[in-house]
Design a protein around this ligand. Structure first.
Ligand code: FEO
Ligand code: CA
Ligand code: CA
Length: 687
């Protein structure tokens, strides 16, 4: 039996570490021969005159000596230059609280278990049933978006992704005994069916109307559009994979539909104002016992993504007592006489971007397969231009995976645009060259070696096996691509690369310049001719995160007390082109070792022109800050706090000592929630 890994490592299941399947099984890109960090950084920053006090670390060994550039010295100079950031930075924090700058206030909204309707089941501190959970806000809030009603900044639909669950915090019956973060209770090889139902219903997406009251506080408001999309909601399959052999299952013998969306991390908003939810670390939710390990013959569409070979899946949903079809499907073993009689193809129905129309409660969500199948962190759209293709970007968050771009075949027409634009076009993977140029490699039949002779039968086969196609095309293996954002003023595209401690010296390249990268970096690029559909781009590193001795800002200095951060994850541009940066230092690293100086996970704001960065918010213990949006008037901001208290040890859990009691306080079990941030003077957030 494969014992799931704990916490951070498990959240980011890495195919390279899946038993029996090593990263070396896939051809590595042609990485540059072992340059030092500053060799490659200097190669990519000299255009902007990056300096680090005139020192060349390649000569002085700055990293090894831990040389400290005086904290805040760089920002002191930069602060005067930025008119975009109008707040006083908050300090690093290890408190079990949300801390925001002077002049701001914070309200908690819609924690796990909040009923979608006043008449709905009120939260019962983990005693809630599986059926209750389907009528309540889910767990592990991640991406967030505010869809205004009639353009309002005080009345809108809030859409929240629910990435995963901690069973020990979801089920009251688990309390009082030592429980690890990801542990589930299995007796006689079975799980309690209602626990499984509750966990599946705590995943997915929440859509709730919210409004601001006379007292300035926001609350969930009854509305016919309030609904949950969960790990079991019927969902249509669209695009080139629809109706193909890859997605034939007992539930859908014609391969046109599936049930549920899982591990919903970040998101995207389409130019036609619908919501796309990403399926990130979905592979571990399935097991395939056809082989004891992933070699020699677990199907490549399972193996390349890390579907669990043998053993049980992440939450062992396939073991739900009673053997209902909707639970058995998490066993992707070949059990029937054909694919139409079992769930060997169920994992192929996951790993997509899923389109949801929040304004139409009767609409069926749609998996848009032309955007590729991988550990989708999220997706970000370039501004749509009338008569031009629709373009969006998406990262595959696993170590050594890729950044992708989709360009629609049909032009955007604001009068008729809808999700069908995402069903026809070309998917590309990014190749970053050492000279600061980059190119988009088409993942399409006959292009870049993607031929039947090379194992790619057709477009559907390429898309189901997107990672393998990008391997074949020669894309650049990145340090865990997370969120992307497009600068509304310049069109520059930003992506966070959160960390990659598996990268060796021999695998260092200019865009991923550090071996054993614990701290992450942010890359940005401009498409050739300012055209998002272009085949080439120019890139540079916006910031290299980490402690003072190992960081590099756009201005050439290092990060300091006002802005030290690591593991950038969420990023988002507000309408003024303020770049908001959110951090996700993993549970096993938070407040420990080299990451201890960073404190709790936080949110910062950056000026993309000057490169100045200031810490805006620090979160409670054990959580990550993820997801950010404002109302159209920019006077209310919504931010998610995911998995507070996740760093609680099994023993402390058993003793009722939670690392965090946020947001309820006292001795309460912590819960993921949204926070609402406003200024006491009613001004724009961040200004
Ligand atoms: Fe769900 Fe890559 O963060
Ligand atoms: Ca994330
Ligand atoms: Ca995360």
């Amino acid at each position: 039996m494969t014992e799931p890994k704990a916490g951070y490592e498990f959240d980011y299941a890495d195919v390279a570490e899946t038993p029996g399947y090593e990263h070396g099984d896939e051809p590595l890109c042609n990485l540059s021969p072992n340059p030092t960090f500053y060799d490659v950084v200097d190669a990519r920053t000299s255009r902007r005159g990056f300096l680090i006090g005139g020192l060349s670390a390649a000569v002085t060994g700055v990293f090894g000596l831990g040389l400290t550039v005086p904290p805040a010295s760089a920002q002191t100079a930069a602060r005067a230059g930025s008119s975009l950031l109008g707040f006083t930075p908050v300090p690093i924090s290890e408190a079990d609280a949300i801390v925001v700058p002077n002049g701001y206030r914070v309200q908690v909204l819609a924690p796990l278990g909040t009923p979608l309707a006043k008449a709905g089941p009120a939260y019962r501190d983990g005693a809630d049933t599986g059926a209750d959970q389907e009528l309540q806000i889910g767990s592990h809030h991640d991406a967030i978006h505010y869809f205004p009603i009639d353009g309002s900044s005080t009345d809108g639909l809030l859409v929240i992704n629910h990435e995963y669950v901690e069973p020990r915090m979801l089920h009251a019956s688990y309390r009082g005994r030592p429980q690890r973060e990801s542990a589930v209770e299995i007796a006689n090889d079975r799980r309690v069916a209602d626990e499984v139902l509750k966990e599946i219903n705590a995943h997915g997406v929440s859509i709730v109307r919210i409004g601001r009251g006379a007292d300035g506080n926001w609350a969930v408001v009854d509305d016919r559009r309030n609904r949950r999309i969960t790990g079991r909601t019927p969902i249509a399959i669209s695009g080139p994979v629809r109706g193909t052999r890859h997605v034939v299952t007992k539930y859908s013998p014609d391969g046109t539909r599936t049930r549920g969306t899982l591990n919903n991390c970040a998101h995207g908003v389409t130019p036609w104002n619908t919501y796309l939810t990403a399926e990130e670390n979905w592979a571990g939710y399935f097991r395939n016992a056809d082989q004891k390990d992933q070699k020699p013959s677990l199907p490549r569409e399972h193996a390349r993504y890390g579907v669990v070979a043998g053993g049980r899946s992440r939450y062992a949903w396939e073991l739900a007592a009673g053997g209902a079809d909707e639970y058995v499907r998490f066993d992707a073993s070949s059990r029937g006489a054909s694919a139409a009689e079992d769930y060997r193809n169920e994992p192929n129905a996951f790993g997509w971007m899923v389109e949801i129309d929040p304004y139409d409660p009767g609409s069926t969500p749609v998996k848009r397969t032309h955007l590729g199948r991988f550990a989708h962190e999220g997706v970000v759209f370039a501004p749509a231009v009338q008569g031009r293709p629709v373009v969006c970007y998406s990262g595959d968050d696993s170590r050594f995976e890729y950044i992708y771009k989709f360009v629609s075949a049909k032009p955007y027409d604001r009068a008729t645009a809808d999700g069908s634009l995402l069903d026809e076009g070309t998917l590309y993977a990014a190749k970053f060259n050492a000279d600061g140029t980059g190119e988009w490699l088409a993942l399409a039949p006959g292009r870049n070696g993607l031929t039947p002779a090379e194992g790619f039968a057709d477009l559907a086969d390429i898309l189901v096996n997107t990672r393998l196609a990008a391997d074949k095309a020669g894309a650049t293996k990145m340090d865990r691509p997370e969120w992307g954002a497009v600068d509304p003023k310049t069109g520059e595209v930003y992506f966070t690369l959160t960390n990659n401690t598996s990268r060796t010296e021999a695998q260092v390249d200019p865009v991923n310049p550090r071996a054993r990268n614990q701290f992450g970096q942010i890359v940005r690029w401009t498409e050739e001719g300012g055209d998002h559909a272009a085949a080439r781009f120019r890139w540079e590193l916006f910031v290299i995160a980490g402690p003072a001795s190992q960081s590099r800002t756009l201005g050439g200095g290092s990060l300091g007390n006002d802005n030290l951060f690591a593991c950038p994850d969420g990023i988002w541009f507000d309408a003024d082109a303020r770049l908001w940066i959110q951090t996700d230092i993993g549970e096993s690293e938070q407040n420990r070792g080299d990451l201890a100086v960073m404190g709790n996970n936080a949110m910062l704001a950056a000026d993309p022109r000057t490169g100045e960065i200031r810490r805006f918010l620090t979160g409670p213990k054990g959580q990550e800050i993820t997801g950010v949006i404002t109302t159209p008037d920019q006077r209310t901001m919504f931010v998610n706090v995911q998995h507070p208290g996740a760093t609680t040890s099994a023993e402390d859990f058993g003793a009722g000592r939670f690392v965090s009691n946020w947001p309820d306080g006292g001795t309460a079990m912590p819960r993921s929630a949204t926070v609402v941030i406003t200024r006491i003077d009613g001004g724009k957030i961040g200004a």
